[in-house]
Each structure stands twice: as C-alpha cells, then as structure tokens.
Design a binder for this molecule. Structure first.
Ligand SMILES: Cc1cc2nc3c(=O)[nH]c(=O)nc-3n(C[C@H](O)[C@H](O)[C@H](O)COP(=O)(O)O)c2cc1C
Length: 182
C-alpha cells in the first residue's frame, strides 16, 4: 500500500483550539501507512500582491502543502463563514502558476463550533475548494459542538462518537486519495 502524507490546516490560531483538538484526535486514529502533520499558521502574514518575495513562513507552509498527498481542514465558524487564517493560506497557495500547488489534491473537512457544528462555514469552504480544484471527500462529514462538553479546557476531544467519526473520515480520505491518484 502506498504511504500517504496528510497535512492538517487549522483555521483557529488560539492555543486551546478545539479545531486543533480535532486534528490531534484524527492524527491518533489514522489508518496504517498514513501520517498527519499540522501546519503552523500563526506567523503567516495576510496575502498582499505587493509582497513579491514570499516570507519564510509562507514558503514553509507552501512546501508542506506541496509535499502532502491530501489536506485536512479544521474549519471553525466565524460569523457564519470560514476563519481568515484558513482562507488566507489558501489564498497564498492559490497564487502559484496554474494553481499547480493544490489543484487535483484530495482534501477533507472537519470542524468544531457552535450549535450548527460549523456546517455553514464548512459549506463556504467547500465552495472555495471548487474554484481551487481540490477533490473534497463528501462523507463522512464531521460537525462537532465545541460548547457541549465534548472537549476539555485544552481543546482535547473527549467525545467518543466524534472521535470514532474522525477515524472513519481518515480511513475514507486515505481510500479517496489513493483512488484519485490512480
Ligand atoms: C469572530 C468570531 C465569530 C464567531 N462566529 C461564530 C458563528 O458564526 N457560528 C458559530 O458556530 N460559532 C461562532 N463563533 C464561535 C466559534 O465557533 C468558537 O469560538 C470555536 O470554538 C472556535 O474554534 P476553536 O476552539 O478552534 O478556536 C465565533 C467566534 C469568533 C471568535
């Protein structure tokens, strides 16, 4: 079986992020031959076309994206949409000639937020991914409530049902990635 590298990209920058907690829980439930690293976005500046030489932090994350077989987005919901840190790194990544960095890559989305479980922001992110030509996994979807006792104070996932769903999603993403790579 081909080994696969997943890259987690989290839209929340805060230390005790529940969305980052989802990525940690997913990383603990990967199928065989799959690894998941998480990109650090806290030092990524806002995209600005006047910045002609990419900052080292941007180069670092774009290389991680290039090296990944699939992307795993942890997508908080800010005012009914995706968080700026997540959109910003996708904007940086999309400026490579012919969108070569991300076009055709597999991806999956998970999220922790209010009562709707980030469904609204996830569907906005899906729309963005259409233009980016990412191949998103459809199911299982992972919508979790960050305020209903499913996470501890450090953002670690304690909800066993969501944890099992993350394991299912990582298995599905591995199958999907291998299918679309042929
Ligand atoms: C600017 C802002 C806007 C928010 N808007 C929403 C929202 O529209 N829907 C929602 O479910 N939660 C909303 N929230 C709450 C976030 O979902 C909550 O802070 C969540 O825990 C963020 O993820 P994190 O734990 O990974 O930081 C908002 C939070 C912030 C900071």
């Amino acid at each position: 079986m081909t080994p696969l590298r997943f890259l987690g990209i989290c839209g929340s920058l805060r230390r005790a992020s529940t969305n980052r907690g989802l990525l940690r829980a997913a990383a603990a439930r990967l199928p065989e031959q799959v690894t998941l690293d998480v990109a650090e976005l806290s030092d990524i500046p806002f995209y600005n076309a006047d910045i002609t030489e990419k900052p080292a932090s941007v180069v670092r994350v774009l290389k991680q994206i290039a090296d990944a077989d699939a992307l795993v987005f942890a997508c908080p919901e800010y005012n009914y949409s995706l968080a700026p840190a997540l959109k910003n790194i996708l904007d940086w990544a999309s400026r490579e000639p012919n969108n070569a960095l991300i076009a055709g890559k597999a991806a999956a989305i998970m999220g922790a937020g209010g009562g709707m479980g980030t469904s609204r922001s996830q569907y906005h992110l899906r729309q963005v991914c259409v233009f980016l030509d990412l191949h998103l996994l459809n199911k299982p979807e992972v919508f979790s409530n960050a305020f209903a006792g499913g996470f501890d104070a450090d953002g670690n996932l304690t909800d066993e049902k969501i944890a099992a769903l993350l394991g299912d999603q990582m298995r599905a993403l591995a199958d999907w990635t291998r299918r679309i790579r042929g």
